[in-house]
Design a protein around this ligand. Structure first.
Ligand SMILES: NC(=O)c1ccc[n+]([C@@H]2O[C@H](COP(=O)([O-])OP(=O)(O)OC[C@H]3O[C@@H](n4cnc5c(N)ncnc54)[C@H](O)[C@@H]3O)[C@@H](O)[C@H]2O)c1
Length: 296
């Protein structure tokens, strides 16, 4: 196998099925050595092993490592095993995930905590475990798996949406802290007909939404040419980027800073005419002080 990611080492979490499986195969097809991770305590272990065997059978290099991403010690052991075997970790795809969908009225704290634990703490544990190696080798590509559910909202997914948007926050700051070490951090917002979407879309849509149609986007985000701090939407062969924008804003004089005045001028405050992306939290402070000085 040769290609885009020749000599790179990748870890894909939750790669025993669905999107993770497809990402692992695509990364290997592009030349990366791949750690195929999934839960070891379920039948998924067998499919993780089968995927690693498939990659090895095609002339690639892969091994299966069963670890629950919520278990920081197991994750550390996985990363150490990869480092001992291959000497580096270039790519981490935080893909492992679960659903516990319920309307907010029925959602329990346990449903909320579990979903946060797998998506957010799982991505934290894995990113933390590879961070030192990536800094030391001055190269890294981390991909968070977000979701349109978090970016835009979705009925019955308060826990999942909160977790998926938390990953955008994690991406934003890891992007800033990783920049000088050539670590680029991005998020994927995929749509694919996997066991996660079973029964939720019609057959035509299901046929279009293959996991394979998403994975080229992951290979791109895992490559030297990757952008950073980008949310890449991907599904059915379509690719798009979600931006977080802020309106120019309005300065209110001290005596105008009342809820009534904000309500009165809310159209102006929220008008998206010349909105633009902000680079980081300080850009907002800079923008506000500029606006205040020019309006005072
Ligand atoms: N399918 C979609 O349309 C869609 C949309 C948006 C986001 N996503 C996200 O994409 C990712 C993959 O989803 P999918 O549709 O392939 O789901 P999937 O259920 O087919 O696969 C998820 C895999 O993660 C594994 N996993 C779950 N918990 C784990 C843990 N604690 N540790 C290690 N592995 C674990 C599962 O065993 C499974 O093999 C998830 O993060 C999901 O939230 C999927």
């Amino acid at each position: 196998m040769s290609g885009f990611l020749e000599g790179r080492v990748a870890i894909v979490t939750g790669a025993g099925a669905g999107l993770g499986r497809s990402h692992a195969l695509a990364l290997a097809a592009a030349g990366a050595k791949v750690v195929v991770n999934d839960l070891s305590s379920t039948g998924d272990a067998r499919s993780g092993e089968a995927i690693a065997a498939e990659i090895n059978g095609q002339g690639g290099e892969a091994f299966y490592f069963g670890a629950n991403v919520t278990d920081a010690n197991a994750v550390d052991e996985m990363v150490l095993t990869a480092l001992k075997k291959w000497g580096r970790i270039d790519i981490l795809v935080n893909n492992a995930g679960i659903l516990r969908d319920k309307s907010f009225a029925k959602l329990t704290a346990d449903d909320f905590r579990l979903v946060m634990e797998v998506h957010v703490m799982g991505a934290f544990n894995c990113s933390k475990a590879v961070w030192t190696a990536m800094r030391e080798q001055n190269y890294g590509r981390i991909i968070m798996t977000s979701s349109a559910s978090g970016i835009y909202g979705n009925f019955g997914q308060a826990n999942y949406a909160a977790a998926k948007m938390a990953l955008v926050g994690l991406m934003n700051t890891l992007h800033i802290e990783g920049e000088k070490y050539n670590i680029r951090v991005n998020a994927l917002a995929p749509t694919a007909y996997t066991q996660m979407l079973a029964g939720l879309v019609d057959e035509n849509t299901a046929q279009m939404l293959t996991a394979e149609s998403v994975s080229a986007g992951v290979v791109f985000l895992a490559s030297e040419e990757a952008p950073s701090k980008t949310i890449l939407g991907a599904g059915g062969g379509c690719f798009a980027v979600s931006h977080i924008y802020e309106t120019p804003g309005v300065y209110l004089h001290a005596d105008e800073r009342t809820p009534a005045e904000i309500a009165r001028r809310f159209g102006e405050i929220s008008a998206p005419i010349t909105e633009g992306a902000l680079e980081n939290a300080f850009s907002q402070i800079k923008k506000f002080s500029h606006l205040a000085k020019n309006s005072a």
